[in-house]
Ligand binder design. Structure first.
Ligand SMILES: *Cc1c(COP(=O)(O)O)cnc(C)c1O
Length: 393
């Protein structure tokens, strides 16, 4: 193979290039009209009352944690099977992520575990203990929020999770960073949380280079988040007045212009990704020992982020991954569990075996090259290599 297939690729046209060029011909490279247009496209898509553009998905999640009033020693129920940012944002505030295990088919947080953890943590005492990490959870232990992640572009089981949040008066922060455009029972991922975040790193469904958007119907929270992203300037503050301890989490105009054009192409991009996923699934379903992604009946639209297959436990995933790399096929294990990342182990004392389903999925999953610009020939080449290496092994 001469042309190495990329792991992921943005899908850009002349319109995106022109939009960025147009920004560069103005003096306004930050906080101009493009960010407003980009934010409006999210209100139009989701029906949310407010959209706040930010510098990344991670910074967006951090602002949600701040808006939810999650502070030092507070608890947030979340998943260990995710990209680390979804749990890191709690650590930024010295809050404690309380992990619960996931559904073995989809890798999404298990709503039954969310419900029992919430009940026990609200009750406190001995019952709460079993959900907490071995160390590092402090003494305050007030459950404030639930943070589910829509993993790989498939919504979590959001109805029961929303009920738990309502029942215990908890904030629901939906990490929809992998799921722009996905639908749960006909309703868009991101519209279930008190706040939700989408992200636009170049491997996501749409890209701004770096960037993110928060959506919410909570006007007060939106105002606080707008202030925090802009160095703590509240409405009415001058450039050098700062009501809050804020951050620079702004999204610049070049990124917003790029994103606005991409948003106009969202359906096209999601349909192309769906086509590529279908090409993969057709071929991989026929290879013994390979499980294509499982789609739940409640997922009425997938918004494919990555295409992750699982191998039978007896297949040596890492050795296979190395052989595929040698053949010019980039692949990536998805995910290395969050609770086993070194700084998490050090802070909270987690061990192998604490979240067996997450660990099992983490050992068997492999993301294959995936983007909306992949051709059927490229998909065929990847699948042929997988088939070939598995028969050799
Ligand atoms: C991509 C992603 C984010 C945000 O990532 P950024 O690179 O900060 O934009 C957050 N959570 C999940 C689950 C993600 O996949």
């Amino acid at each position: 193979m001469t042309n190495r297939i990329p792991m992921s690729s943005p899908d850009l046209t002349a319109a995106e290039r022109q939009a960025v060029q147009d920004v560069l011909n103005t003096p306004t490279l930050s906080m101009g009209h493009w960010i407003l247009d980009f934010e409006k496209s999210f209100c139009d898509l989701t029906g949310a009352q407010h959209a706040v553009g930010v510098s990344s998905g991670t910074t967006g999640l951090h602002l949600c944690v701040r808006a939810a009033g999650v502070g030092a020693g507070d608890l947030v129920i979340t998943t260990p099977f995710s990209f680390v940012a979804s749990a890191n944002v709690m650590l930024y505030e010295n809050a404690v992520p309380v992990f619960v295990d996931v559904n073995p088919k989809t890798g999404n947080i298990d709503p039954y575990l969310v419900a029992s953890a919430a009940r026990d943590l609200v009750q406190g005492g001995k019952k709460a203990e079993k959900w907490l990490p071995r160390k590092g959870s402090g003494t305050k232990r007030v459950l404030k929020a639930i943070l589910p992640v829509d993993v790989f572009g498939q919504p979590a089981d959001l109805d029961p999770i929303r009920k738990v949040a309502d029942g215990f008066h908890l904030k629901l922060i939906e990490d929809a960073c992998e799921a722009l455009g996905a639908e749960y029972k006909g309703k868009l991922a991101g519209t279930f949380g008190d706040y939700a975040v989408y992200a636009f790193y170049p491997n996501k469904q749409i890209t701004t280079g770096e960037g993110g958007v928060i959506i919410t119907n909570d006007g007060e929270a939106a105002e606080v988040m707008r202030a925090l992203r802009n160095q703590g300037r509240a409405p009415g503050d001058t450039w050098l007045q700062h009501t809050y301890l804020g951050y620079n989490y702004r999204l610049d105009e070049m990124s917003a212009a790029l994103g606005a054009v991409q948003m106009g192409r969202l359906n096209e991009l999601l349909n192309k990704r769906n086509q590529v996923a279908n090409w993969y699934t057709e071929r991989l379903s026929e290879i013994p020992g390979v499980e294509p992604p499982v789609i739940e009946p409640f997922t009425t639209r997938m918004s494919w982020f990555v295409y992750v297959v699982r191998f039978d436990a007896k297949i040596e995933r890492d050795a296979l991954a190395r052989r595929l790399e040698v053949r010019g096929i980039p692949v990536r294990p998805y995910f290395l569990p969050i609770h086993l990342q070194p700084y998490m182990v050090e802070r909270f004392g987690y061990r192998q075996g604490d979240f067996p389903i997450t660990e099992n999925l983490g050992r068997r999953g492999l993301a294959l090259p995936f983007s909306s610009v992949m051709t059927e020939e490229q998909v065929e080449a990847v699948c042929a290599s997988v088939r070939d290496e598995l028969t050799k092994a």
